[in-house]
Write a protein that binds this ligand. Structure first.
Ligand code: XUL
Ligand code: CO
Length: 435
């Protein structure tokens, strides 16, 4: 059965097109900086926002009209697989991501949940073989079930810890079965409500323990996806340990995980932490730890995670600049961790929303490539740091100076004359690349 019977595969029609079922900027086979857009962008669909998000909010019931509900939860789960692969095909997206609980019903016990996962992943595997679609990453949902109220790997209850470990093991078995390229840990409940009853060091050491078990198990079964941690400062926890890229890098380095772990960075999580998205990508890149991205955008007027589809060309240009400067994002990708607004409740809104996000990233890619071709930022920075390339500056960078030698130098020279940064001029020139 087709879930979108009246929609053909979305094609690139170019900027002037008024067809809502067409790309206006994403042209998968167009070559930019020597690679196709498809290879640069490595788009992925998020199973949860696409298939299970129902449009409800804390004040209102579900709104989304979906046609895949069956007689039983398992039948619905199977229908969702078929519908999901139809969406992947129609949008021409090569990758996808899921949590365990997104794809299969939890049932009444862990055993039943795992059996459901086996059945549904058989179905997913068949569809992957039929269509050539690939698993960018999967993860275990260790935050929705009430048992995780006090955390999963950071819980105070050792039996809960064991269940989390079992879910991670199952997640890695599934990753092997489906050829997952990355495996994500997002610690939704790995944080605290109050420090009054919390031993932060103990909890974080336990998280590191679980990560090490995951590395060891991957080695044992001969499957080594790139492990990723996804930082987020808050929500659902009041404070989450993986607050932002810098905090998460400190954790990774403290526990010696840098050989196996990189970061999965999400735009809306960056803004919740009080950073821009490009700040987070830049921090990760400085540690050689830019793994993958969750593409969305927040609302600057709201203090929570709105997970909107990315439509801001500035943001995607700066993100793509970071990715190009990084030499690409593979084996990571651009996963749309984004949901349609509550009032965009029709099935076709799922297509329109992804087309909007893909087009916005394609525009960002093209603008970023042009900026790089013109050495726009390179020249700017080269000029800005020129004083460190000759004379005393070059000597400082070569570690040839000390406090005494620099004092001697400073006393001999007049107060320096500073040059203007011309920031407004730069921003106005930048606009010409985007519009
Ligand atoms: C939550 C979030 C998650 C992770 C995967 O804010 O981003 O969906 O991406 O658990
Ligand atoms: Co995310």
């Amino acid at each position: 059965m087709a879930y979108f019977p009246n929609v053909e595969k979305i094609q690139y029609e170019g900027k002037g097109s008024k067809n809502p079922y067409a790309f206006r900027h994403y042209n998968p086979e167009e070559v930019v900086e020597g690679k196709t857009m498809r290879e640069h962008l490595r788009f992925a669909l998020a199973y949860w926002h696409t298939m299970t998000q129902d449009g409800s909010d804390p004040f209102g019931d579900p709104t989304n009209q979906r046609t895949w509900f069956g007689e039983t939860p398992l039948e619905t789960a199977h229908n969702r697989v078929d519908a999901f692969f139809e969406i992947l095909e129609k949008l021409d997206v090569d990758y996808f991501c899921f949590h365990d609980i997104d794809i299969a019903p939890a049932g009444d016990s862990l055993e039943e949940f795992f059996a459901n996962l086996d059945e549904i992943t058989d179905h997913i595997k068949e569809k992957m073989e039929e269509t050539g679609k690939k698993l960018l990453w999967n993860t275990a949902n260790m935050f929705s079930h009430p048992r995780f109220n006090n955390g999963a790997a950071s819980t105070n209850n050792a039996d809960v810890y064991a269940i989390a470990a079992a879910q991670v093991k199952k997640g890695l078995d599934i990753s092997k079965k489906l050829g997952g390229e990355n495996y994500v840990f997002w610690g939704g409940r790995e944080g605290y409500e109050t420090l009054l009853n919390t031993d932060m060091k103990f909890e974080q050491d336990n998280i590191a323990r679980l990560f090490k078990m995951a590395i060891a198990y991957g080695e044992k079964i001969g499957h080594k996806p790139q492990f990723l941690i996804e930082p987020k400062p808050k929500e659902p926890s009041k404070h989450q340990y993986d607050f932002d890229a810098a905090t998460t890098m400190a954790f990774i380095l403290k526990h010696g995980l840098e050989g196996d772990f990189k970061l999965n960075l999400e735009a809306n999580h960056a803004t919740l932490a009080g950073h821009t998205f490009e700040h987070e990508l830049n921090v990760a890149r400085d540690y050689d730890a830019l793994g993958s991205i969750d593409a969305n955008q927040g609302d600057m007027l709201l203090g929570w995670d709105t997970d909107e589809f990315p439509t801001n060309v500035y943001d995607t240009t700066f993100a793509m600049l970071q990715i190009l400067d990084n030499g690409g994002i593979a084996p990571g990708g651009i996963n749309f961790d984004s949901k349609v607004r509550r009032s965009s409740h029709e099935m076709d809104d799922l297509l329109f929303a992804h087309i909007a996000g893909m087009d916005t990233f394609a525009r960002g890619l093209k603008a970023a490539a042009k900026l790089r071709e013109d050495r726009f930022f390179e020249d700017l920075k080269e000029k800005r740091y020129a004083s460190f390339r000759e004379g005393i500056g070059a000597s400082i960078v070569a570690d040839k100076e000390d406090l005494e030698s620099l004092t001697e130098y400073a006393l001999k020279h007049d107060d320096p004359k500073l040059e203007s940064s011309h920031i407004e001029l730069v921003k106005s020139q930048l606009n010409d690349y985007l519009f």
